[in-house]
Design a protein around this ligand. Structure first.
Ligand SMILES: [Mg+2]
Length: 301
């Protein structure tokens, strides 16, 4: 048998392989397979734990403004805590730097990160610095969530409505991927008043991230083409496949969805519904015709 390459199995094939048989103590509530791990904490709350690794030339241009790079490094992890319905608390930051990197640039990265940390009341409590052939930034972030407010990817039910918190597509050319506001306050409003059944943040693209909800919930979905909110100049394909929008994608029962339609406090867009059946994704056009869609999106390999 020939050795398989990473590009053959893809990022999620790789994660599935590595996760197989990985050691997990019995008290872990949710390990690999959601936006953050869920760990035992207090009587009322769970602890959330997530990490994101950013690399120059992959997640941002090597010439990018340092403040925006630092901001993005923390914002990606904040977005994952939001997707669990939680509140972020403290982070450790590790950074790999080429020898030639200017001190001013490194300080800018930390300034960008610190500004966002202040905004969301997150303490930066440690980390590591190493020399590296390319610039890499890793943020590991802790958060907490009331047990009753925890939202996993696995809770979507047939008949639920699907929502997003904002327009999608062209995050890279518009630089939204660097300057987005993590949807933490929206997530808190949602879990406190609207009980989402499943939630994820859109990092890999609407099609791929909805695919993760379908995978974990063992359901299928129909997206209404005309209801998907598009960013300026974005096409439907941009919205489905570009990724790094960092909007929340969530599902709620039809009853809760009605309450969401009738309120003004939270801007959300209903884009489709969850249906029975094993992990298939369909697009419905304006004449009601269905077309199967592959849940592809941004892939790292
Ligand atoms: Mg995520």
């Amino acid at each position: 048998m020939t050795a398989r390459t990473l590009s053959e199995i893809g990022e999620f094939g790789l994660i599935a392989r590595l996760a197989k048989g990985i050691h997990l103590q019995k008290n872990i509530i949710k390990g690999i397979g959601d936006d953050a791990a869920v760990l035992p904490f207090t009587k009322e709350k769970h602890l959330l734990f997530t990490t994101d690794l950013l690399c120059a030339g992959v997640h941002f241009s090597a010439k990018e403004n340092g403040r925006l790079v630092g901001r993005k490094a923390l914002a990606c992890s904040l977005s994952d805590i939001a997707a669990m319905g939680g509140v972020a608390t403290s982070a450790v930051v590790s950074i790999g730097l080429p020898k030639t990197c200017r001190l001013r640039y490194v300080e800018d990265i930390y300034r960008g990160m610190n500004g966002l940390a202040k905004e969301f009341c997150v303490s930066i409590v440690g980390g590591d610095t190493i020399q590296s052939p390319c610039l890499i930034v890793n943020v590991a972030l802790l958060g907490e969530v009331e047990r009753s407010h925890l939202v996993l990817r696995s809770g979507a039910k047939a008949g639920d409505k699907i929502f997003v918190t904002g327009p999608l597509g062209r995050s890279f050319p518009t630089k939204k991927h660097l300057s987005f506001t993590p949807r933490l306050s929206e997530a808190r409003k949602l879990v406190q008043s609207f009980k989402p059944s499943a939630m994820i943040d859109i990092s890999d693209g609407l099609a791929a991230d909805l695919g993760h909800i379908l995978q974990e919930s063992e359901k299928s979905a129909i997206l209404d083409v005309t209801s998907i909110p598009l960013s300026k100049d974005a096409t439907l394909d941009n919205a489905l496949f570009d990724g790094e929008d960092f909007e929340l994608l969530f599902t709620t029962s039809a009853g809760v969805a009605k309450k969401l339609f009738g309120q003004n406090a939270l801007k959300v867009f209903c884009i489709g519904e969850i249906v029975r059946g094993p992990r298939k994704l369909f697009l419905r056009d304006n004449r009601g015709y269905l077309k199967a869609l592959k849940p592809k999106g941004y892939t790292h390999f």
